[in-house]
Each structure stands twice: as C-alpha cells, then as structure tokens.
Design a protein around this ligand. Structure first.
Ligand SMILES: O=C(O)CCC(=O)C(=O)O
Ligand SMILES: [Fe+2]
Length: 308
C-alpha cells in the first residue's frame, strides 16, 4: 500500500498458476478480495489473459467506433433505458462519450450493436470486443466466486452464473485543451453488482475510499483491471461493502483515453442473505429488482430505491 501522500488501491494477482478453488493461494486471495472490498470498495486486479494483439485490436476498434459521425453513434439507443445508450456532447462533461452494449458479453449482443453502427456489421470489431468481453467476464466470475466464498455463501455462485446479465460500456474521454484538469465523468457509484474496468495507457480514474480520500487509480498496464463494487453488491452484503464514489479527471496533454466497463446485473430479485443479518448488522435493504435499477433515475441512490 502507498504512503500517506500517495494512497494506492490494493493490487491482487489473479494469474498465478495455482489459483484454483481449494488451494491455499485461492483461499488467501478470497480473504484479500473481501478485505479490499470492505476497506476500499475496489482494487486493481493483475490478470494477463488479454494478449498484446487483443489490446491493440480493442483500442483500434474503439477509435474506429468513436470516430463515426455523431448521428451514427446516436443510433445506439435502448428504449426506456437511457443509461445504456449513447452519451455525448453533454455540456457538463464535454470530454465524455460512451456507448452501452446490452448483453455485451455475448457475440449476438455485440453483433446487434455493430449492425446499428455499420450497415454491414463489422466482423473485426465484433471479434475483438467479444474476445475482450470474455476475458473480463471470466475475471468477474472468478471474483464473484471469491466474494461468495469469503462470506461462506458459495451456494450463491450458481445463481450468479445462471442469472447474470452483462452490460458492456465503451468510453472515450478526450484530453482537455485547458491546462486545468477537467471532469470527464462526474462522481457516481455504479448500479451493478460488480464492475470490471480496463483502459488504454491514459490514467484518469479517481476513487473515493471510505474515509473520504480520493485516490488516483494507476492501471495503465495492459494486464491491469479495476474491480469495483456496485450498489447491488453493497445491498447484497448489507453494507459490509460500500460501492465507492468515482470520477474521471482528464489532464491536458494526454491522448484520448479509451476505457471499457463490464457491469454485472442480477436478473431477478436480489435480497440480503439471512446469514448476513445479525444484531450488529440489522437488515438495510428490502428485496429489490436489480435490473430495474437501470431504468430508475440517474441520481437514485440505493437507500431511496430499496432502503428499509
Ligand atoms: O472510464 C472509467 O475508468 C470509469 C467509467 C465509469 O465509471 C462508468 O462507466 O461507470
Ligand atoms: Fe462508474
């Protein structure tokens, strides 16, 4: 962990040879995952499953996508769910553009999206984005299993595998012309259960930890991902884990920052497990429809949505 002046997020390694369920190394990582999430709400995962060719392919494909005319990008809409569609040219955050891909960890979902952008589709785009999404999904599932296991609730993992819907979001943040750093994305918490983030070489993400300190997140290495707790995990854990506030702050002189977020949502009603309710932790949330949170307003917080 960093010094007082430069606090850093914990860094956990997920590509050790012996990281298999049941091994000592697995159990130790489960404990570290729980500790990192309870203390910071997120951590950096080192995971080397994305080759250099894949990295290049993904970021070139994203450049090609965001270089399309605005009218074309605006064809990315999802009825009743504005958070999934194209966001750009917003006066409050002019550097920001992003596009959601529904069922973004499936080839069908990515193809449907590519057909909206390119009349004949775009096989290269689909190939790279799908291959990337699979890597992020694999990491997400490993982390989810570790979270459940660390609370002695491994039985939740099968339901997670069977009922998770992934929204993939592709983001581009331009560098500001002014010398002063500019907000690329305003402070918010994610509505997901967990979020897996990846980026090109431009750092700009900041996360607020439990004690109110804002940390610059360094994850420009090709093997680094950020794992972040969303509001769904906060509610499931009965507030043992808090979804952290985070924002993007772009500095002058940088290149365009491309990043990808894979957001996991539970398809169905989520509720706090009995095992996580006791005198010290009285129940904080009513059962809630997790996917419907996406249709709830932007500013909604979890307490307003389903607090007891
Ligand atoms: O670009 C990033 O690193 C963060 C994006 C983000 O926070 C979001 O899309 O919810
Ligand atoms: Fe976010």
């Amino acid at each position: 962990m960093g010094s007082e002046q430069h606090p850093m997020l914990p860094v956990l390694h997920f590509t050790k040879e012996d990281l298999k369920p049941g091994t000592e190394s697995w159990l130790a990582t489960c404990r570290s995952v729980r500790q990192a999430l309870e203390e910071h709400g997120c951590f950096v995962a080192v995971y080397d499953k994305a080759s250099d060719e894949l990295q290049n392919g993904v970021f070139c494909s994203m450049k090609e996508l965001f270089d399309l005319p605005t009218e074309t990008k605006q064809r990315n809409t999802y009825e009743g769910a504005p958070l999934k569609g194209y966001v750009g040219q917003h006066p409050k955050i002019p550097l920001h553009q992003s596009m959601g891909i529904d069922e973004g960890a499936t080839l069908e979902g990515i193809q449907r999206f590519s057909q909206k952008m390119w009349p004949k589709g775009n096989d290269e785009f689909c190939k790279y984005i799908f291959e990337y999404a699979k890597v992020a999904e694999e990491l997400d599932r490993m982390v989810a299993r570790m979270i459940f296991e660390s609370y002695g609730l491994l039985e939740y993992y099968d339901a997670y595998i069977g009922s998770t819907s992934y929204l993939l979001r592709l983001l581009a943040h331009q560098a500001p012309e002014q010398v002063e750093p500019q907000l690329g994305l305003v402070a918010h918490t994610d509505k997901s259960f967990t979020t897996i983030l990846h980026q090109n070489h431009v750092n700009a993400l900041m996360v607020e930890t439990r004690n109110g300190t804002w940390i610059d997140v360094e994850f420009s290495s090709a093997t680094s991902f950020v794992v972040m707790a969303g509001d769904g995990l906060m509610a499931w854990s009965n507030d043992r884990i808090k979804s952290p506030n985070h924002k993007v702050l772009m500095s002058n002189g940088n290149e365009t920052r491309y990043s990808l977020g894979l957001f996991a949502f539970y398809k169905g009603i989520m509720k706090v497990p009995e095992e996580l309710i006791d005198e010290e932790h009285p129940v904080q949330y009513k059962p809630f429809d997790h996917l419907a949170l996406l249709n709830f307003t932007y500013s909604a917080n979890m307490k307003a949505y389903c607090g007891v």
